[in-house]
Design a protein around this ligand. Structure first.
Ligand code: SIN
Length: 311
């Protein structure tokens, strides 16, 4: 007997992939999150042969992604993954904060099944919209036996969540990862894997049980010429419990910014060091240095610190 097609659940959150513009030539002046998930699926005739379920979790531009939506999304992903008949989940999302959501889901769920985010740089109404092919590829990966973890399927490549970065404002190849290439590529719908699927220990949904307005605030501060640390003092004064510093180079900060960060630590604020460089890790100075953010970008380090402070 032939085994049935894998069942994939598509959870929609909005983004340019669901965006509409007044003209097919308009790729920047559009409304993100305007189309429902059924319309996204209907735009891909090749999905007709797939076993799919779909659900709308949100319909937003991802610049407005918030903790309440993250929490609801994590709960819905976990719900569907717990169903034995579900092979994997696809999340449609805006590109702008996708690396934060992907990292959040990986840290909270570290799923033993694939959870593939996908997105688009051009709205659904554009000439040569990139969303339909990305969605088809994401469904293919989410239904692939042996695939696991949270990733991004975009422009023919599969990226792990950890270290993922949006690197271009307009081009359709808009993502990369620090120091390492994609996990896999898709050519004509055929998956060619180069590296292991992401693994990790899940923090679990209990970690994010608190009401979102009770989550600790974590701010990002940049080192730059003339950085004097006043933003750090302001963040501490306004109740931040954590600060990520996007330092220069290997996470370095100016003298005055270092002094402000020392004042913040003395006040009980946790500090994490990332870099404003596009690529490369920030490594610990020694074994006792717990501030270095490794492969994480500053925005992913912010998610990590917030989840740590929730413990
Ligand atoms: C968004 O992030 O929701 C808008 C931009 C995009 O999806 O490319």
């Amino acid at each position: 007997m032939q085994s049935p097609m894998p069942l994939v659940v598509i959870l929609a959150t909005g983004g340019t992939i669901a965006g509409t513009a007044a003209a097919a030539t308009d790729t920047t002046g559009y409304r993100a999150g305007a189309l429902g998930v059924e319309a996204l699926i209907a735009a891909v005739p090749a999905l007709a042969g797939h076993r799919l379920e779909s659900e709308s979790v949100a319909a937003i531009d991802s610049k407005d992604m918030d903790l309440a939506t993250w929490k609801r999304l994590a709960e819905r992903v976990a719900h569907h993954l717990a169903r034995p008949e579900v092979a994997g989940v696809v999340v449609t999302h805006g590109t702008d904060t996708l690396e934060e959501t992907a990292y959040f889901l990986q840290r909270v769920l570290a799923p033993p099944k694939p959870v593939m985010l996908t997105a688009a740089m051009r709205p659904a109404t554009a000439l040569s919209a990139d969303g339909p092919a990305n969605l088809l590829d994401a469904v293919t990966v989410a239904g692939t036996p042996g695939a696991r973890g949270v990733g991004l399927v975009f422009a023919g490549a599969v990226w792990a969540a950890v270290g993922l970065r949006k690197i271009h404002t307009l081009q359709t190849s808009a993502f990369a990862a620090s120091d390492c290439g994609p996990i896999a590529r898709l050519e004509g719908g055929v998956l060619r894997a180069f590296r292991d699927w992401p693994q990790g220990e899940a923090l679990g949904l209990a970690r994010i049980a608190a009401a979102p307005d009770a989550w600790p605030r974590v701010e990002i501060v940049l080192n730059h010429s003339g950085a004097d640390g006043r933003l750090v003092d302001a963040a501490v004064a306004s109740g931040a419990r954590g600060i990520v510093v996007a330092g220069t180079g290997h996470g370095s900060v100016s003298q005055r910014l270092a002094e402000a960060l020392a004042r913040a630590r003395a006040a009980g604020v946790r500090v994490a060091r990332a870099s404003r460089c596009a690529f490369g890790p920030v490594l610990p100075h020694d074994a006792a240095d717990l501030e270095a953010s490794g492969e994480l970008s500053a925005v992913q380090a912010r998610v990590e610190l917030q989840l740590a402070l929730l413990a």
